[in-house]
Structure formats: C-alpha cells, structure tokens
Ligand binder design. Structure first.
Ligand SMILES: [Zn+2]
Length: 335
C-alpha cells in the first residue's frame, strides 16, 4: 500500500454495517430496476438517463452502459459506462456520470440492489462524462462517510477544467444546472487497495495515457478489470494525454490477463478483442503521424492525409480523428 489514502479509509472507521440482503433480493432488485422504467417519447433527457438499465456483468459488479453518442439533452448526457461493486460490508461506486441526475440514478439503483452502504466513490479520470455526478453523494462525502477517491493528479485536472466542463454540461439543458464536481481527497499515488468485505479492489494510478489522471480498478474475486477510458470499445478512442504513454499502458494492461474488462465506453470485453483493436488503431496512428512528420508535413496537411487512417467501423470516427491526429502530432514532433 503505497498510496496516500484509501487504507486510511479502512472500513472499520465507517459506520456499523447493516446486515446484507440475500442474493435473491439483489437479483429481484436488479430486474425491477432494469425493466421497471419505460421512457415515453416525451421523456426529458434526465429521465431517459435515469431509465438506462444496469447489468450485473459479474458477481456483484453492476454497469450502466452509456449510449454510444455525443452528449445531448436527449440522451441525458449519459454516454459513459458507470457502475458499482458490492462487497460483504460496503459498496464502491466507479464513476458517477455527467450530471447529478445520473449520480442520483446510480445511488437509487444501489439502494434497490443492496442495503449495504457506499464506502467509496471512485473517479476514473477528469472527463465530464465520468465524474460529474458526484453531487448525488455530496452530503456523505462532506460528512466523511464516503471516501472520495481519485488519481493524485485529478484535483489539478479538475481545477484546470472543471469550470469549463460545467459550462458545457449546463449548456445542454437547464435540467443539469445543479451539476457540480467534487475533487477527490483520497488520492492514489501508484496503487492502493480497498476492502469492501471479502472483496479486495486494487486501484492503480497510471502514467499519462488517455489523460494524465487515469485510474483503473481490479476486482480480485472475479478477475474483472475496470479500465474506464483506457479502453474504448465500439467508439473511437480519444487521445487527451499521450499516444506513446497509452500504447505503453496497454502493453501492461494486456499482460494482466483479466477475465473481463469494463471499458469506459462500449460493451464489456472478455476476449481481448477490444484491447487489440484499440492498440492497432493507436499504433497505426502513431506510425502515420511519424511518417508525415518525417516527410515534412505540417499539422493541417497531416490531418488531411490521415483523415481516414484506421477508420474501420469505429463509431464517431469523423468527430474525433482530426483531434487525435493533432494530439499525436504535437507529441511526436518533438521525438
Ligand atoms: Zn475520458
């Protein structure tokens, strides 16, 4: 345990744990939550987001899949995968979504599934679609009942971008006016462990890759790796950190042989297919940009030349490719 943090929030310091519900209760709650809400055509975005179902992707691990679209009022800005992991004593939340409504829907789902308390809210990185639903847990965080966990560089990233992200979210819909962000105070330097009660999670703070504050969570019991935006499945990866760093982190993640990987976007990967695909895209992009730089092309020419590089059937390709080329170019031109 070399982190500045999570072990300080040993669960023995938290409030007494109520008796857990049975697995039958859990499954019944899940079914009700998954099928009980049907959105009418007049649904607002916030309601639509609240109606998105959760899936139990492994024993006690619940994921709400985001839609594979750009954020909008219509989709409730619910575009990222978020969820939670249930231990015998308590629950860890992993990402809270874009808005307080999404955080509240997540909280309601936890209450339907179990009566065990939330002990940790973990942010996987700074992006607005992942950790701006923390407001739903503000009271418990402020009271010290929930540890607010993140990469050691996340507070700085939120200080730099949080205000801008809030403007973007609030511009989508007046429904999102109460959205806020809450910087983590339990910081992971390299690795940290959390024990939810016979359920040990290992948190890892990575060097710059997708962003400079990427955090992954591994659940030893099920062999599940929650990679968040270090893995994009279906939707094209977005480079907001370092293409070299990301490719290097992917090598390390690939060696972990997880039984399943929860990406930040898209379906759970049990075959390493999504990892391989992402790696191939990033590697081809790096090669293409290096060749353009070697040929003396400027950024604009390189963007044009590589407009279709690696297109495949990635979703949202045209919205992101130019930005990825620019990010890679500005990093690689100094090699
Ligand atoms: Zn992201």
């Amino acid at each position: 345990m070399d982190a500045d943090g999570t072990d300080r929030h040993d669960l023995s310091e938290l409030r007494p744990q109520p008796a857990g519900r049975t697995r039958r209760h859990v499954l019944a709650g899940l079914a009700a939550a998954s099928f009980g809400v049907i959105c009418s055509p007049s649904c607002t975005g916030a309601l639509a987001a609240a109606a998105l179902p959760f899936a139990e992707i492994a024993d006690g691990i619940f994921v709400r899949y985001g839609v594979q679209e750009e954020m909008s009022a219509q989709n409730g800005a619910a575009i990222a995968n978020i969820g939670f992991i249930v231990g015998e004593r308590s629950v860890a939340v992993i990402d809270t979504g874009t808005t307080t409504q999404q955080g509240a829907a997540l909280k309601a789902e936890i209450a339907r599934v179990t009566d065990r308390p939330v002990s940790h809210v973990i942010a996987t990185h700074v992006h607005l679609d992942h950790c701006f639903g923390h407001g739903a847990f503000a009271e418990e965080i402020a009271a010290g009942r929930i540890a607010n966990v993140g990469h050691h560089k996340l507070p700085q990233a939120l200080a730099e971008r949080g205000g801008f992200y809030l403007e973007r979210i609030r511009a989508l819909s007046p429904d999102f006016a109460d959205t806020r962000f809450i910087p983590p105070t339990t910081l992971v330097q390299e690795t940290a462990t959390i024990d939810l009660g016979n359920r040990r999670l290992t948190l890892r703070a990575w060097p710059t890759a997708h962003t400079d504050n990427d955090l992954t969570i591994e659940d030893a019991r099920t062999g599940t790796l929650w990679a968040a935006d270090l893995l994009f499945s279906g939707r094209i990866p977005v480079i907001d950190g370092s293409i070299n760093g990301w490719l290097s982190v992917l090598e390390d993640l690939g060696e972990r042989n997880a039984a399943r990987v929860v990406p930040g976007h898209g379906p759970v990967d049990t075959t390493d297919t999504a990892f391989a695909r992402e790696r191939a895209y990033l590697a081809a992009l790096r090669e293409g940009v290096r060749a353009a730089i070697d040929a003396g092309l400027g950024i604009d020419e390189t963007v044009r030349r590589l407009a279709d590089l690696g297109r495949g059937d990635w979703l949202l390709f045209d919205a992101v490719q130019g930005r990825n080329v620019v990010a890679a170019y500005t990093e690689l031109e100094w090699e």
